[in-house]
Design a protein around this ligand. Structure first.
Ligand SMILES: N[C@@H](CCC(=O)N[C@@H](CS)C(=O)NCC(=O)O)C(=O)O
Length: 229
């Protein structure tokens, strides 16, 4: 059975959605990243990068959320895009756009706005700008198409959902006015019963809620180099 190492954060949430959409049998293993469980020697054997999500599927170990999404879509044959070369090119492009653009810029935008010490104006400006630029690219792409690639809902749409549902925190409370097509795409996924079930995962398990001094030392170890809290 699939074992999913999970924390209710944007990257693991996309796997929760895929598992809810498909009903694939799975076991959830909570990893409390604010308590440092991602750095245990047992977990590092599964994900040497020490982050959630990670997945064990029989003999197959996969880490990094978008790699996991591709693995699950390919091996289950569900929510996969068409296999012709043109569609495959689009699938790989948008998957990497999410993995290397949407995810990192959204994550850093949240970090610098909500967690970084001052002075941070330059970093906040850079990451919020780049996050907005990525959602603008998506907004243009979705202006005249329902789903990211092909004519139907796929694992790519679910991969985007993990971060898209956080846009007001990534950018600001008014951000949706700038990205109506991304919002329409998000609303369409949120209306699916599987999305409501995936959101229930955020309260099903008990995780440390506070980002206190201990959690900050665990999550932002680089701060020690500059004596920042
Ligand atoms: N590229 C990775 C990023 C994973 C990641 O940053 N996960 C966060 C939760 S969204 C995490 O585990 N953070 C804990 C930490 O950085 O120690 C992916 O897409 O899975």
């Amino acid at each position: 059975m699939i074992k999913l190492y999970f924390h209710p954060s944007p990257n693991p949430m996309k796997i929760a959605l895929f598992l809810e959409e498909t009903g694939l049998p799975h076991e959830v293993i909570p990893v409390d990243t604010r308590k440092g469980e991602q750095h245990s020697s047992e977990f590092l054997k599964i994900n040497p990068n020490g982050k959630t999500p990670a997945l064990v599927d029989g003999d197959v170990v996969v880490f990094d959320s978008n790699a996991i999404m591709l693995h699950l879509a390919e091996t289950s044959g569900q929510f996969m895009t068409a296999n012709d070369p043109v569609t495959r090119g689009q699938m790989l492009s948008w998957l990497m756009f999410i993995a290397t653009g949407i995810g990192p810029y959204s994550g850093q935008s949240v970090h610098f706005q909500h967690f970084a010490p001052e002075p941070k104006e330059y970093a906040v400006n850079r990451y919020v700008f780049e996050a907005e630029r990525h959602y603008h690219v998506l907004n243009e792409h979705l202006a005249n198409r329902e789903w990211l690639v092909g004519d139907s809902y796929s694992f790519l749409d679910m991969s985007l959902w993990g971060w898209a549902r956080m846009v007001p925190r990534v950018i600001n409370a008014d951000a949706w006015a700038k990205f109506p097509h991304v919002k329409r795409h998000l609303d369409a996924i949120n209306a699916r019963p599987a999305a409501a079930r995936a959101v229930e995962w955020t309260t099903r398990y008990t995780f440390k809620a506070e980002v206190d001094a201990d959690a900050r030392r665990i999550l932002f170890p680089g701060n020690a180099r500059i004596g920042a809290a």
